[in-house]
Design a protein around this ligand. Structure first.
Ligand code: PAF
Length: 283
């Protein structure tokens, strides 16, 4: 595995691969790699000749300075994981390389960024869009691999690729889950043992919602039932439960079996904010 810390070096390595007609895939990350990232990397390895994993804690997408400063960083462990998984290129640029000047650009994804996460994390998706546009420009990628867990991020990046005509495909990889259903996340490590067992109720709530929809309940009623289920559990502070179209993220008032519908949830367990979603048809 080659570890690249600067842009000219990574560009030159990728351009050599491209001239040898190799396909290049990217798994973008902010480090603190876990099983969810590994499943993205494995999916990338299955369909691309060369896999790049980027590790960059993008300050533009943090709403709170404290969250940015406390973001877990463990590069030695990340590099070990990437080597074990036979990643080809680890791209680990410094902030000064990526943002030699602080960007003045702001991206506005309208409803895609205003709904759900947007209500709690203003400006977050502009920051995600800017770093992804930079990576897409720098790395000359055939495919990028994103986790379904961040459904709203996927919708935003899909729109970014379409609006700016980036010549890259987007592959969405199913969420990697612990045996009790909890979605893998770097934040899980910060849950106490008690919080960790409470956290599995996020997935239970999603499954309950899906069963009710399949049984023919209307979305509004399902939202109320799921909210009551969560409210009855000590230790969860629910921020939202929504039933939306998976691409437009518009709320659904009725379900058509041919639609692509997702159930999305976010909230706090103690001090830790968790989010998750499932697709109505994945079961
Ligand atoms: O999902 C993440 O880790 C980040 O939002 C991403 C896509 C790497 C952009 O910084």
């Amino acid at each position: 595995m080659v570890v690249c810390h600067n842009i000219p070096q990574v560009k030159s390595i990728i351009s050599t691969h491209k001239s040898n007609i190799k396909s290049v895939g990217l798994v973008p990350t902010m480090g603190a790699l876990h099983d969810g990232h590994i499943s993205l990397l494995r999916a990338a390895k299955e369909s691309c000749d060369i896999v790049v994993v980027s590790i960059f804690v993008n300050y533009l997408q943090f709403n709170e300075q404290a969250d940015f400063v406390n973001y877990p960083v463990d590069l030695d462990s990340d590099i070990r994981i990437l080597e074990d998984e036979k990643c080809d290129i680890a791209f680990i640029p410094d902030t000064a390389h990526i943002y030699s000047e602080s960007p003045v650009l702001k991206l506005n994804f309208q409803h895609l960024e205003e709904t759900m996460e947007g209500k709690f994390r203003p400006g977050h998706f502009s920051g995600v869009g800017i770093i992804m546009a930079k990576l897409l420009n720098i790395l000359d990628l055939d495919t990028i691999f994103l986790g379904q867990k961040d459904l709203q991020q996927v919708a935003v990046i899909r729109k970014l690729i379409a609006d700016l005509a980036f010549d890259s495909n987007l592959v969405v990889v199913p969420t990697f889950r612990e045996p009790d259903g909890l979605a893998s996340s770097s934040r899980n490590k910060r849950l106490s043992a008690e919080e960790r067992s409470v956290a599995s109720n996020f997935h239970k709530a999603l499954i309950l919602g899906r069963e009710l929809l399949i049984a023919g309940e209307l979305p509004l009623k399902v939202c109320k039932r799921v909210e009551s289920f969560i409210e009855a559990i000590d230790g969860i502070n629910l921020q939202y439960f929504e039933i939306v179209d998976s691409h437009s993220l518009r709320s659904k008032s009725a379900i058509n079996p041919n639609d692509n519908t997702s159930l999305c949830i976010a909230g706090y367990v103690g001090e830790i904010r968790l989010l998750d979603n499932i697709n109505l048809n994945d079961h």
